[in-house]
Design a protein around this ligand. Sequence first.
Ligand code: 13P
Ligand code: SF4
Length: 307
Amino acid sequence: MFNTKELQEEILRLKKEKDVCVLAHAYQTHDVLEVADFVGDSYGLSVQAKSVTQKTLLMCGVRFMAETAKILSPEKRVILSHSLAGCPMAEQLSVEELRELKRQNPDYAVVAYINTTAALKQECDVCVTSASALEIVRNMPQKNILFIPDCNLGAWIAEQVPEKNFKFINGGCPIHTRITKEDVLRARKDHPNALLLVHPECKKEVSVCADYLGSTTGIMAYVKKSDANEFIIGTDNSIVQHLQFEYPDKKFYALSKICVCHDMRLTTLIDVYHCLVGTGGEEIEISEHDRKEALRCIDAMIKYSNK
Ligand code: 13P
Ligand code: SF4
């Protein structure tokens, strides 16, 4: 039997022994982040997946992140930390529905949020993440854009790129869209001196009120640069906890107590241990044909982002 600290030490030892790189999305719990080699948002994790030297990647996050890592690093074993951890938004549109949309809009390039399945990515022109969407949409040559599946992120991008034509579907994150204008009014009243930092997956009624709108690591980077002492966090509540650990002298408040992604929360420290000893997780398998087809839009993402 281990306590948390002993388990973390055993995980660090096993990572070295088995040549495993642990990548963790910032929405993972703090004990998991502490054993990760890299913590980031979806964009950072994709870039990192391409450059790590270890033979095995353990993705602590959700399925589309592990799939993206496998598409970028086919020579590596890629393990998803918990086989049930998916992103509900990634499955909101089926391949057949997307093909029909493409038939109806032949002059539109399909821009896919990275929160999509590998099967959907094969049908798209370019992928974006919340951190990279704006510059990618500006840099890509096509003027007509069918943005899938998150209409909130898409509308935020469209407002900033008025020279392009956008079409959206009615998709979005079921977790971030729980946050309402009433939550903003309540939080502003309770914490009048706090800055409001919001993820662009939130509804427009929430994002228009933000002092800063950006990806998960964008929000964390904003806090690092800011002189302010209090922040209301409008994204998954794990970020409130991570920030509180990092800046114990500052105050962080959840914009909504129900903004918690259950899929991201499935992975526990014990799951990480089981993945390392071979008794848990799921190895991601993608056929070489499907991988190459899906790679095109991820390569385009890297090409059109200036990072
Ligand atoms: P980020 O790109 O900001 O990490 O967003 C991923 C995600 O799933 C947010 O809900
Ligand atoms: Fe998907 Fe939303 Fe969870 Fe992010 S927070 S993984 S978009 S369900």
